[in-house]
Design a binder for this molecule. Structure first.
Ligand SMILES: Cc1cc2nc3c(=O)[nH]c(=O)nc-3n(C[C@H](O)[C@H](O)[C@H](O)COP(=O)(O)OP(=O)(O)OC[C@H]3O[C@@H](n4cnc5c(N)ncnc54)[C@H](O)[C@@H]3O)c2cc1C
Length: 424
């Protein structure tokens, strides 16, 4: 693999892992990172953001947190320091080209009709295909200069919780345009930085839409900015109000919650409504053909075999789209699997077999996640999923020492530290 040209897009948790595992196999990938720093989402979060996953589950298998970090849920600064240390330790930092955004990609060398007809992935079931096809990446720097970078394999590690915000839609006359105040997405709030953000919310009536991580973090910051005694006290006294509602709309003074007659008077409305990670993947492709197949349809999951290989898109992998209970170590194990595959250690099944496998997972995700199946969460079957990757790599999925430990012990990153894929 040492002579192969590989491009990784993104230097977050997933991109770092992908680069580390390729370096270990003699490949010298180029990592394009749009930002000026690594760390992905951890580089641009609101000030009080910390891990929600306990620290022992959010670490690379062979790189424990430093002893000085004792918090169960380290904050975002500690996560950033940890990721920088990892990137330095394994020589990843030197491979990253910061301030380089990949604005589009095209597959050259083989016509789309031929690609669409392939029964084996990339024509022959191998990572780099038959040697004719390659990706041309259009890479832009901060000053707008553009270059074309050619790669025989691309790993998209562009994340799903950033970039393209998920903004609710409203009937005519009931959207943000009718509101006298300011409307922003959590992404813009996080980008502002602590000082500007707290100036903006100080003394204001803020309505936050959403109830997951970003929304709750911003609500806590509103409480801190306005009265440092905190979130729970403000809840008790009623200056933070929680409302449950299936829908809402805007009016001149603020937000109208379904079923209520008077509006929630607001100066600022912040959408903590998440992101469209699927659209981010789709937009990477220039060709209509790849765009039309890249992320499936609204009634299917994003079709990725082993949650990283699209059965019909050659010489490309996606890392970090599918969620789990602890995303870092899932990305790491996938990166290990991917490096082994790219090094010739795994032969992919036929395109049809991979598509059928994707459909099996889709059934599970629909049953388990209901209307949220597009998140492609391996969640409850996380260990089972890891077992699949281990078997593909020719490794024993039972990672613990002893029958009872394996039966009752909780699996975590450290169980995979000694996982060394078997060479054919
Ligand atoms: C607030 C918050 C808290 C979270 N907490 C947890 C947690 O506690 N536990 C957990 O398991 N997960 C958590 N997550 C999920 C988190 O997204 C993952 O854990 C992980 O950090 C994702 O890493 P990633 O590398 O896949 O993606 P990202 O971190 O999103 O990194 C993607 C990188 O790609 C770059 N990029 C994107 N597009 C391009 C392009 N076109 N060209 C070049 N570069 C590009 C971006 O700049 C970015 O650096 C949290 C997410 C958020 C937003």
């Amino acid at each position: 693999m040492d002579k192969k040209r590989v491009a990784i897009v993104g230097a977050g948790v997933s991109g770092l892992a992908a680069c580390k595992h390729l370096l270990e196999r003699g490949c010298r990938p180029v990592v394009f990172e749009a930002d000026t720093v690594l760390g992905g989402v951890w580089a641009r979060v609101s000030d009080c953001t910390a891990l929600q996953t306990p620290r022992p589950l959010y670490q690379y298998s062979d790189f424990p947190w430093p002893e000085a970090v004792t918090e169960v849920f380290p904050d975002h600064r500690q996560v950033m320091a940890y990721l920088y240390a990892y990137a330095r330790r394994f020589g990843v930092l030197g491979r990253v080209r910061f301030g380089r955004r990949v604005v589009g990609m095209e597959y050259h060398g083989v016509g789309e009709e031929d690609v669409a007809a392939w029964e084996e992935w990339a024509g022959n079931g191998e990572a780099f295909g038959s040697g004719y096809g390659e990706w041309h990446l259009t890479v832009a720097d901060d000053e707008g200069h553009v270059e074309i970078h050619k790669a025989e394999f691309v790993i998209l590690c562009i994340g799903r919780f950033s970039g393209v915000p998920n903004i609710p839609t409203f009937p005519q006359g009931k959207g943000p345009e009718t509101f006298d105040g300011q409307v922003i997405h959590s992404m813009d709030y996080s980008k502002m930085g602590t000082k500007k953000a707290s100036e903006m919310i100080k003394g204001k009536r803020v309505t936050i839409v959403g109830y997951l991580k970003s929304a709750i973090d911003i609500a806590a910051e509103c409480a801190i900015a306005n009265e440092p005694k905190g979130f729970y006290k403000r809840l008790e006294e009623g200056s933070i109000v929680l409302k449950k509602s299936k829908s809402f709309s805007f009016c001149k003074e603020g937000v109208l919650v379904e079923g209520e007659s008077s509006p929630l008077k607001s100066d600022i409305v912040i959408f903590g409504t998440g992101f469209r990670g699927d659209q981010k993947i789709k937009k990477m492709f220039r060709s209509e053909y790849f765009r039309s197949i890249a992320v499936g349809s609204t009634s299917s999951t994003v079709p990725l075999y082993r949650e990283c290989i699209h059965p019909k898109i050659p010489q490309l992998a996606v890392l970090g789209y599918s969620e789990s209970i602890a995303n870092l170590y899932t990305s790491e194990l996938r990166a290990k699997w991917l490096a082994h595959f790219m090094d010739g250690g795994i032969r992919l099944p036929s395109v049809t077999a991979m598509q059928n496998d994707v459909l099996e997972w889709e059934k599970y995700m629909k049953r388990y996640a209901g209307r949220y199946f597009r998140r492609s969460c391996v969640g409850l079957l996380h260990i089972w999923y890891n077992d699949q990757l281990c078997r593909d790599m020719g490794c024993n999925p039972r990672r613990k020492k002893g029958f009872f430990a394996d039966l009752f012990g909780i699996y975590g990153p450290r169980d995979y530290a000694e996982l060394h894929p078997k060479e054919d």
